[in-house]
Design a protein around this ligand. Structure first.
Ligand code: XMP
Length: 509
């Protein structure tokens, strides 16, 4: 792999993704690894990310200088570039002249490796720095400059060490991807052979090696991650995999049937479909407090899962759709962990130890979607919006009854259909309907109505940590409104939620 050393900003993830877009596998590693630990991962190249600190601040992150003697190519970016300069004997100064944003770059050295491949000698780059490299270390050639960065790029071709002050990974550096590719292909000698086909091949091998001939179980939620994980594990071990799908009756309209159709019929996966709607509704009767509702749904889920897997006494593995961002966040621990069953899905025979199978733990969300498509999953599943575990239970405010869920399902389908018809499906993070626990007065025909409102919620987001309400076109909102009122009995008013997160949350409960 190519290792991306994380110096503490969000840049590392972006760099790792850009490297993968060049079809080279990349992994993010903490800056605290020693040179030996880095070497042990057999990197084809190492990229130092940018970071928020100044190299001159006490305690600013640095890296084991032994990294420069490994013979492995290094590319320092922004903070990473300054670190290379400083650690190898150059000068980084607080010039008092910061550069932020679009900046003209002057490539002064015609043979500069990272500017090869027909790039213009004058290009726009994205800068974000206060300190500047003012003197390159011995052995380095300065290859580019900008108005306030005399050393905007430098290279030591013999030692295969490169550094750029600007950010090649952001879209505001139009030739940035080319800069990265020149480093990956020409300096590191990488081949662009990391594709979804190769991901499937290596994933299949890894699952087979881990699982052997043991039995594997997987809880399908209907969401993208568990679906793709299950499809990949099935590709690897076929009938050794049993999926369990608990339908709590709080799915979107027709979603339950679609999961069964996709997995049982098309993928040929052994699927236990548990129709537990009645039990969930009985359990939710009379509950109105959001936390009590969530708790009830969660507990009931575990109980139902337990009852339906009780017969699979020889299962030794549990599939989970853990993604790379979760792995990075939790410190990037390697390998798989063993969990006590009751810590996770609960209820599996008391003393049974399940080992996790996490075939997506090196992948980002968009890569998981591409993988799903490659595995033959339909767009409806691959491009499914995030959906909360408690389902429509957190979108029916107040008591959750079969009637109120059915009403919400119809309105929700209209919202999503119209988003899709407007071609906005992939721009919007989530778009859905909420049924509040109030009624309002209206007039339809000549008659006074006293009906339910539906609230439309549509948000844009990168990661659900923050979100903004989507600026949906007014005519789209109008179509949703009139269709909902005309087609959903009992609804006489539609409102649009214009709250960002924070202060709101995406869901209403
Ligand atoms: P909030 O409402 O906290 O939601 O802004 C952030 C994201 O998480 C989803 N969500 C959940 N997902 N189980 C889940 O798997 C849950 O209990 C749950 N609650 C909220 C929500 O849809 C949004 O994408």
């Amino acid at each position: 792999p190519v290792l991306v050393v994380d110096f503490g900003a969000q840049y590392a993830q972006l760099i790792a993704r850009r490297v993968r877009e060049a079809h080279v596998f990349s992994e993010i590693v903490p800056a605290t690894l020693s040179a030996e630990e880095l070497a042990a991962r057999r990197p084809a190249g190492i990229i130092f990310s940018g970071g928020p600190a100044s190299v001159h601040v006490e305690g600013a992150p640095d890296i084991d200088p032994g990294v420069y003697d490994l013979g492995v190519p290094v590319l320092g970016i922004c903070y990473g570039a300054q670190l290379v300069a400083l650690q190898l004997g150059g000068t980084v100064a607080r010039t008092g002249r910061a550069e932020y944003g679009r900046t003209p770059l002057d490539v002064s050295h015609p043979d500069a490796v990272v500017f090869g491949g027909g790039q213009p000698s004058h290009q726009q780059v994205w800068m974000s720095h206060r300190d500047s490299i003012t003197e390159a270390p011995a052995g380095f050639t300065v290859t580019a400059s900008s108005p306030d960065a005399p050393v905007a790029a430098m290279e030591d071709v013999g030692r295969r060490l490169h550094a750029v002050q600007f950010h090649p990974e952001v879209v505001h550096t139009p030739h940035g991807q080319q800069v990265l590719e020149r480093f990956l292909y020409d300096v590191c000698g990488c081949e662009p052979d990391w594709t979804m086909t190769s991901v499937i091949e290596s994933g299949v091998e890894a699952v087979q090696a881990q699982v052997g001939d043991a039995r594997v179980i997987c809880a399908l939620s209907g969401g993208v991650d568990s679906a793709v994980a299950a499809a990949l594990v099935h590709r690897a071990v076929g009938p050794q995999l049993t999926c369990v799908f608990v339908d709590h009756g709080l799915m979107r309209e027709n979603e339950g049937e679609q999961v069964v159709e996709t997995f049982r019929r098309h993928q040929g996966i052994e699927l236990i479909h548990v129709q537990a709607q009645d039990r969930f509704f009985a359990r939710l009767e009379g509950l109105t407090d959001p936390e009590e509702k969530r708790k009830a749904i969660g507990e009931e889920f575990i109980r139902v899962f337990e009852e339906n897997t009780g017969g699979i006494t020889d299962a030794r593995f549990l599939v989970q759709g853990t993604l790379y961002p979760d792995v990075i966040e939790s410190g990037g621990s390697e390998g798989s962990s063993t969990i006590k069953s009751h810590h996770n899905v609960g209820g599996l025979p008391e003393d049974m130890e399940l080992e996790l199978v996490e075939p997506l733990r090196t992948l980002f969300k968009d890569e998981v979607r591409a993988l799903g498509t490659e595995l033959g999953l339909p767009d409806e599943i691959v491009w499914r919006q995030p959906f909360p575990g408690p389902g429509l239970g957190v979108r029916v405010i107040g008591e959750v009854t079969p009637e109120r869920v059915a009403l919400l399902q119809r309105a929700d389908t209209i919202v999503r259909d119209e988003i899709k018809a407007a071609g906005l499906e992939r721009e919007i993070w989530q778009a859905f309907a909420v049924l509040p626990d109030i009624r309002s007065v209206g007039v339809q025909g000549d008659e006074r109505t006293y009906g339910h409102p539906i609230i439309i919620r549509a948000v844009t987001s990168e990661d659900a940590m923050t979100a903004d309400w989507a600026r949906l076109p007014h005519d789209l909102l109008e179509r949703m409104s009139s269709r909902i009122i005309n087609e959903v009995d009992g609804v006489n008013r539609v409102a649009y939620d214009v709250t960002s997160k924070p202060p709101g949350t995406i869901e209403w409960e």
